[in-house]
Design a binder for this molecule. Structure first.
Ligand code: FAD
Length: 573
């Protein structure tokens, strides 16, 4: 008689599991110890080894479908045996009843030939999506009107960080004597800084082009617009496809302020490539991009002023951590005016005069040779003719669900043109979700573990809830802190202005948020992201031995501080 294979219980809290892969098909022989299928939960992946032998008579739970622990997954018996299923039907991973036929991600082409997918935009959303689709067997065309790599590689993440690196090196060399390293004639060769930045960009753009070619993605140059829900036009050529992914990205917001067209007012794109270093730079907007530019130019010796409308710079960051960065920026010479509104600009012989109203209603004026507008970015969808396809957008931003599906079947959107978080790694993650869903999976985009990084000096990074947000949920929380003055590696690096702060649930110690200001904060934050993904507790961070001397030890200490037992802090009285 056929034997029932059921969903195993693989952990204390496991209530259901998803079959992420079948290693056998119905009719295949099964031997004891052979891996029959792979189970995934939000915490683990497990290869289920058969405890019986025979023939796999019936698969009850197709790939990417879930079933409760103890539910019947399959039946194994003798060849030719007639069987019927016994347990509740499985669910697709979005909660819907599972499709009759397995709807797994498949690397094989469908019987009707390869699925043809057109991607509009070759930024970190579009190119990652293209490669994933190609891996899964799709026939992929990527349309790009400028250069692959998009904003991120060409005028965003990469060139800014290349400039930050030059600034950091210059700043460190200025303090070389503190380390016993003497240097005379130190100066910035701005043209060489620009050349290096451009070389880094070129190398990465070439690398992405090479990867697309290697994955047999057809890259079409030109601007795409929809003709219908199944066709786009690029430079007079009509391209039809089974599915589309819109990855058109974003553009800077240009506010309607009197005098905005004055010469010398630029966006981040131009601020990456000034012909010469400005003497005075005024930055409108103290968000992430504004503060990165403020830091890098101030480090290079530019007189920088930041005007921010909100009461604090870096508004989404944990307040306490934002204050540390603000103090460091001010120590660097950056003048920060918060709760201030720009009311107008005038052209003057030395550049631009910026008129500002402060929170007390006083009028302030700042002259500078350049003004950088950095007040946010907007979805860049105007050229797409979304109406022809019937794709719904709200003020230009495409409306999507968690699967990255738009309002139109088979049209997906990813990245800055639709996402609640405008970051390159988010665009890429959404690209992978869209690609897999197009090829038959049922994946949701999960933003829980998205880290935010600010490449100021010192760096700042966080993941999960700020202290304020955690308190607002109404749960009882506790906070662990460890200042980097107590961390050996930070002292070695002469970078002790910083802190690790962990926000945790009071009852269970579950990590809710991790916040870091200090050297390599943007690299270290991945530990916090993983902690959130694994629903780790303070104990699990503490019992994970961190190497010495590293800045990462401060994470253990902050976790210990949650239990009032940090080793390298004086006892609390
Ligand atoms: C100065 C700056 C610094 C940044 N730093 C960081 C950082 O450190 N880390 C981080 O995560 N994020 C950073 N970002 C944000 C990051 O660049 C974006 O979130 C990311 O590039 C979004 O990726 P995307 O694929 O959605 O769009 P994009 O990268 O904007 O790519 C969209 C592409 O689509 C093309 N396109 C648009 N419309 C069409 C059309 N109709 N036809 C054909 N092609 C079209 C565009 O030419 C573009 O190449 C920064 C942004 C800026 C401006």
């Amino acid at each position: 008689m056929a034997q029932s294979i059921t969903m195993p219980k693989l952990g204390l809290t496991m209530t259901e599991g998803t079959i992420s892969k079948w290693n056998k098909a119905e009719g295949d022989a099964v031997a004891v110890g052979e891996v029959l299928f792979v189970v995934s939960t939000d915490k683990l992946t497990y290869e289920y080894q058969s405890e019986v032998s025979g023939v796999l008579l019936k698969i009850e739970v197709p790939e990417n479908c879930s079933i409760a622990v103890g539910g019947e997954v399959a039946l194994v018996g003798e060849a030719g045996e007639v069987v019927s299923s016994r347990s509740a039907p499985p669910r697709a991973s979005d909660g819907r009843e599972a499709p009759v036929a397995p709807a797994a991600v498949s690397s094989a082409a469908s019987s009707a030939g390869k699925k043809k997918v057109v991607i509009i935009g070759g930024g970190p959303g579009g190119y990652v999506c293209a490669i994933r689709l190609a891996q899964l067997g799709a026939d992929v065309t990527l349309v790009e009107r400028e250069r692959v790599g998009g904003t991120c590689l060409n005028v965003g993440c990469i060139p800014t960080k290349a400039l930050v690196k030059s600034a950091e090196l210059y700043g460190e060399m200025k303090h070389g004597a503190d380390f016993g390293v003497l240097c005379s004639g130190l100066r910035v060769d701005w043209a060489a800084v620009q050349n290096r930045k451009n070389a880094v960009v070129e190398q990465l753009v070439d690398g992405v082009s090479g990867l697309l070619t290697a994955n047999k993605v057809a890259v079409v140059s030109g601007e795409a617009h929809f003709l219908s829900s199944s066709a786009v036009e690029v430079s007079g050529r009509t391209i039809q496809a089974d599915a589309f992914v819109i990855a058109a990205g974003s553009a800077p917001v240009i506010p309607a302020i009197p005098g905005i067209e004055s010469e010398g007012i630029v966006t981040s794109t131009e601020a990456l490539s000034f012909a010469k270093l400005p003497e005075k730079l005024l930055i409108v907007g103290g968000g992430v991009i504004g503060m990165e530019f403020a830091c890098l130019y101030a480090t290079l010796g530019v007189d920088v002023t930041v005007v921010e409308m909100m009461p604090a710079i870096l508004p989404p960051a944990d307040e306490e951590m934002g204050v540390i960065v603000r103090k460091r920026m001010e120590a660097l010479g950056v003048k920060i005016h918060t709760s201030c509104k720009v009311t107008g600009f005038d052209s003057i012989s030395s550049g631009v005069m910026t008129h500002v109203l402060d929170s007390l209603g006083r009028e302030l004026q700042f002259s500078s040779d350049k003004v950088l507008l950095s007040i946010g970015r907007r979805a860049d969808t105007a050229a797409l003719n979304l109406d022809a396809a019937g794709v719904k957008a709200e003020r230009g931003r495409i409306v999507v669900n968690k699967r990255m599906e738009t309002s139109v079947r088979n049209i997906y959107a990813i990245g800055d043109c639709c996402s609640p978080i405008m970051l390159a790694h988010v665009a890429s993650a959404e690209g992978e979700v869209a690609a897999e869903n197009i090829m038959g999976a049922a994946r949701d985009m999960d933003y829980k573990t998205v880290p935010s990084c600010v490449y100021t000096l010192p760096e700042m990074a966080w993941v999960g809830m700020t202290e304020k947000a955690a308190v607002e949920t109404g749960r009882k929380i506790k906070v662990g802190r460890f200042p980097l003055i107590g961390n050996g590696k930070s002292l070695i690096m002469n970078e002790t202005d910083g802190m690790v702060k962990i926000v945790a649930d009071e009852k269970y110690g579950e990590i809710l948020g991790v916040h870091i200001v200090g050297p390599h904060a943007t690299d270290l934050i991945v530990e916090g992201a993983l902690a959130l993904r694994l629903e780790a507790t303070a104990d699990e961070i503490i019992s994970t031995v961190h190497a010495h001397p590293t800045v990462g030890e401060a994470l253990t200490e902050a976790a210990l501080d949650l239990q009032s037992r940090a080793i390298h802090l004086p006892p609390q009285v």
